[in-house]
Design a protein around this ligand. Structure first.
Ligand SMILES: [Zn+2]
Length: 248
C-alpha cells in the first residue's frame, strides 16, 4: 500500500508539473487577450474624441465665417453712416453699427474659447495616443513571448506525459481510476497528506478511527469530506508533532 501511495504521489507530482506549465502559458495568454480588449476600447475612445475634435473644428470655421460677415456688415454700415444726412437714418445706422460690433466681439470670444478647448483636447488625445501605442507594442511583445513559451513547453509536457504513462502502468488500476476521478473533479492535488490527523486538502479533522486506519496503511483511505486520497507519513507526523510542542 505504501509503495502504491508513493507511486500515486509521484504521478501527481508529474501531473501537477504539467498543469503548472500549461497554466503559466494560459495565464499569459489571457493577459494578452484582456489587454487586446483594453486596446480596442482605447482605440474606440480615441476615434470618438477625434470625431468630437473635428466637429469643434467645423464649429470654429462656421463662427469665423459669421465673424467675416459681421465685419463686412460693419464696414458697410460705417460707410453708409458717413454718407447719411438725416438724423433718423443716422440713429438707425448707429444702432446697426453697435449690433455688428457686439456680434463681432461675441464671435471673437467664442472662437477664442473653442480654440483653446481644442488645443487642450489635442494634448489629451496625444497623450492617449502614446498610451495606445505603448500598449499595442506591449501586447505584440507578450504575444510573441506566449507563442514562444507555448512552443517551448511542448517537449517538456510530452516528456512528462510519457513519464506519467509509464508510472501509471505500475499503479493498481482501481487506485489509478480513483486518482483520475478526483483529479477530474477538483483542481490541484488529489493525493494529500493527513499525517497530522487533518486532511490538508480541505482542512477537516479526520475521525479518530479513520486516522488509525490511515496510519496502518493497509488500504486506500479517502477524506470523508473532500474525497481526496489521504496518505500518512511517519516522519512528517513526527515533525508536525515536534512543531506543535515547540509552539507550546
Ligand atoms: Zn479532505
Amino acid at each position: 500500500m505504501k509503495e502504491q501511495l508513493e507511486k500515486l504521489i509521484e504521478l501527481q507530482k508529474i501531473d501537477l508539473a504539467q498543469e503548472a506549465l500549461r497554466l503559466d502559458v494560459e495565464t499569459r495568454r489571457q493577459k494578452v487577450e484582456s489587454d487586446s480588449d483594453l486596446l480596442q476600447d482605447l482605440g474606440q475612445a480615441l476615434e470618438k474624441q477625434n470625431e468630437r475634435m473635428s466637429e469643434t473644428q467645423k464649429l470654429i470655421e462656421s463662427k469665423r465665417g459669421g465673424l467675416e460677415e459681421a465685419k463686412k456688415g460693419l464696414g458697410h454700415a460705417n460707410t453708409k453712416l458717413g454718407a447719411v444726412t438725416n438724423s433718423r437714418d443716422y440713429a438707425a445706422l448707429e444702432r446697426e453699427v453697435e449690433t455688428f460690433k457686439k456680434s463681432i466681439a461675441q464671435a471673437e470670444t467664442e472662437i477664442e474659447q473653442l480654440s483653446s478647448a481644442l488645443t487642450e483636447a489635442q494634448a489629451g488625445i496625444d497623450k492617449q495616443r502614446e498610451e495606445y501605442e505603448a500598449l499595442r507594442a506591449e501586447i505584440e511583445k507578450n504575444q510573441q513571448e506566449v507563442d514562444a513559451a507555448a512552443a517551448s513547453i511542448e517537449d517538456r509536457v510530452a516528456e512528462l506525459q510519457a513519464k506519467a504513462a509509464e508510472l501509471a502502468k505500475s499503479v493498481n488500476p482501481q487506485y489509478l481510476a480513483r486518482y483520475r476521478f478526483i483529479r477530474s473533479k477538483r483542481p490541484g492535488a488529489a493525493v494529500v497528506s493527513a499525517s497530522g490527523g487533518t486532511c490538508t486538502g480541505c482542512h477537516m479533522k479526520l475521525q479518530p478511527q479513520a486516522f488509525i486506519q490511515l496510519q496502518r496503511q493497509n488500504s486506500l483511505e479517502c477524506c470523508q469530506n473532500c474525497q481526496r486520497i489521504l496518505y500518512y507519513d511517519a516522519a512528517e507526523a513526527e515533525a508536525l508533532h515536534a512543531e506543535g510542542n515547540n509552539k507550546i
